[in-house]
Each structure stands twice: as C-alpha cells, then as structure tokens.
Ligand binder design. Structure first.
Ligand code: HEM
Ligand code: HEM
Length: 161
C-alpha cells in the first residue's frame, strides 16, 4: 500500500483506542475511577497523538521516507504502551512502579523530539530538486530545445508538436 507508514500509525492508534475505551468502560462499570489518568493518557497519547503523527506523514509523503517515521512510531508506541499498566498500578497504590512511569514518559518525550526532527528536517534529495528547478529553462522560451537547433543547422527541421 502507498505510504504504508501512515497505515501503520492508524493501526497502532485504533488498537490503543479500543484498549483505552475498554479501560473507560471497565472504570464506569465498576464505579472505581482510580485509573482515570492512565485511561486518559492511553486515549490521548495512544489515539489522538498517534493519529496526528500518522496524519502528518500521510499529508507529506516526502517526510514518510527513511527511518525517522518508524523511529517516532516505535518510541511513541513503546512509551505509551508501557505507561498504561505502570501508571494504573501507581494510581492503585503501587508506588514502586513510579520509575517505570517516569521512563515511559521520557520514551514518549523522545518520540516527540524525533517527530520534531522529522518535521523540521528537509527531506533527503529535495535540495537537488530545488537546484534542478532553478537551472530549468523557462517554459515560455520560444525556442523549444537544443536538439531542434541542431536539426535546423543540418537542414531537417521536423517539429512534431
Ligand atoms: C468508551 C469510551 C470511553 C469511556 C467509557 C470513558 C470513561 C471514562 C471515565 C469513567 C472517566 C473517569 C471520569 C472521572 O472520574 O472523572 C474518564 C475520564 C477521562 N477520559 Fe474517558 N472514556 C472513554 C473514552 C475516552 C476517549 C476516547 C478519550 C480521549 C480521546 C477520553 C479521555 C478522558 C479524559 C481526558 C479523562 C479525564 C477527565 C478528567 O480529568 O476528569 N476518554 N473516561
Ligand atoms: C509524556 C507525556 C505526558 C506526561 C508525562 C503527562 C503527565 C501528566 C500529569 C503528571 C498529569 C497530572 C495528573 C494528575 O494530577 O493526576 C497530567 C494530566 C493531564 N494530561 Fe498529561 N502528560 C503527557 C501528555 C499529555 C498529552 C499529549 C495530552 C493531550 C493530548 C495530555 C492531557 C492531559 C489531561 C487532559 C490531563 C488531566 C486529566 C488527568 O489527570 O489525567 N497529557 N498529565
């Protein structure tokens, strides 16, 4: 599939949304809302942010090439997935899990830093394209190209357009 990295982001996003919603339904059904923040961040980081990252790489296919989009997805998804159970446990009173939440948050943050690099970096090869377009002859030139000039000199000018 064309630009399949975008599809990979949305596959990840929908799996995380379904998990986050299931946690929301479980909270509502049990009447115990202790893990509300783990649920909120799974939905917000897992679905909202992942979809926005994926939408960006789909909108700008030149940015979807190379290893950066996969690195962003790997870091963001790993951090978000690790955050959910560890934060849930902290919210349920298992404070020993706090360092895991901290590491997960930093991994999510590194994913965002990598995304920032992808957004600000010129796609590979685009400088070459710009140089070529600067050198290109203006399309309004009355004399089509050098091959026709050569043909005129040798006396067999056959325009075909
Ligand atoms: C089936 C879908 C969902 C259910 C049943 C559900 C259920 C809940 C419940 C029971 C709470 C705790 C409310 C409280 O105690 O204050 C909550 C909080 C929250 N949910 Fe959901 N939720 C769902 C989907 C979502 C989605 C898709 C998002 C975000 C994209 C989201 C974002 C939040 C946020 C940010 C909070 C915390 C709100 C606050 O600070 O009070 N939820 N949700
Ligand atoms: C590495 C990323 C993030 C970290 C470490 C983080 C951390 C936190 C912390 C410490 C709180 C306060 C929780 C409390 O007082 O119980 C919070 C609340 C909140 N954050 Fe984040 N956050 C992150 C990303 C985001 C993103 C990307 C969004 C939205 C797209 C978001 C939306 C919210 C909301 C709506 C609340 C209030 C509801 C709640 O307490 O869960 N956060 N966040």
């Amino acid at each position: 599939m064309r630009n399949s990295i975008g599809n990979l982001y949305f596959k990840t996003a929908i799996v995380l949304l379904l998990t986050g919603m299931a946690a929301g339904i479980a909270m509502a059904a049990s009447g115990n809302h202790s893990i509300y923040s783990a649920h909120a961040h799974l939905n917000l980081l897992g679905f909202v942010v992942t979809s926005i990252y994926g939408g960006y790489f789909t909108m700008f296919p030149a940015k979807a090439a190379g290893p950066l989009p996969k690195a962003v997805l790997g870091l963001h998804a790993a951090g978000t997935v690790a955050m959910f159970p560890s934060l849930s446990l902290v919210l349920l009173g298992h404070e020993a899990m706090e360092p895991v939440v901290a590491v997960a948050s930093i991994i999510v943050f590194l994913g965002a830093v990598t995304f920032a690099v992808a957004v600000f970096r010129e796609p590979k090869g685009s400088e070459g394209i710009n140089e070529r377009s600067k050198q290109a002859k203006p399309e309004t030139s009355w004399w089509p190209d050098k091959s026709h000039e050569a043909a005129m000199i040798f006396g067999f000018a056959h325009y075909q357009n």
